[in-house]
Ligand binder design. Structure first.
Ligand SMILES: [Zn+2]
Length: 119
């Protein structure tokens, strides 16, 4: 049975939009590379802050960085899923080139591999 790519396209588009919203809270698109996101520096003005506040600012930045990395890696998977739909190769395992089963795609439309080849 052919895969209903329209169904998964809608799911992926919805996830992409919500990931973009999340990413915009903690990061911004790299102006030199629109497919790359970078963490926002802490907003706090550290110029007159004491040492504790500066340390807090750095911790915030590292937190943002970790969140951006997690969201960005998911964002790339989702974009690659949409890419595959556009190219007509959606739902094919990257390793064995067999079709990925429906339940797995339903749970994760951005899946790159079949159940057997997920790590
Ligand atoms: Zn496989």
């Amino acid at each position: 049975m052919p895969i209903d790519t329209e169904h998964f396209k809608q799911k992926l588009e919805a996830e992409k939009a919500s990931l973009e919203t999340e990413l915009q809270k903690v990061g911004r698109k790299n102006p030199d590379n629109p497919s790359d996101w970078e963490a926002l520096p802490p907003e706090r003005d550290t110029s007159q802050a004491d040492e504790n506040t500066v340390a807090d600012g750095i911790a915030d930045y590292e937190d943002n960085n970790a969140i951006v990395n997690t969201l960005e890696s998911r964002y790339k998977d989702v974009k690659s899923g949409l890419d595959k739909i556009a190219k007509g190769v959606f739902g094919v395992c990257q390793v064995c080139k067999k079709e990925i089963d429906f339940e797995r795609l339903e749970a994760n439309p951005a899946a790159r591999t079949c159940r057997e080849h997920m790590n």
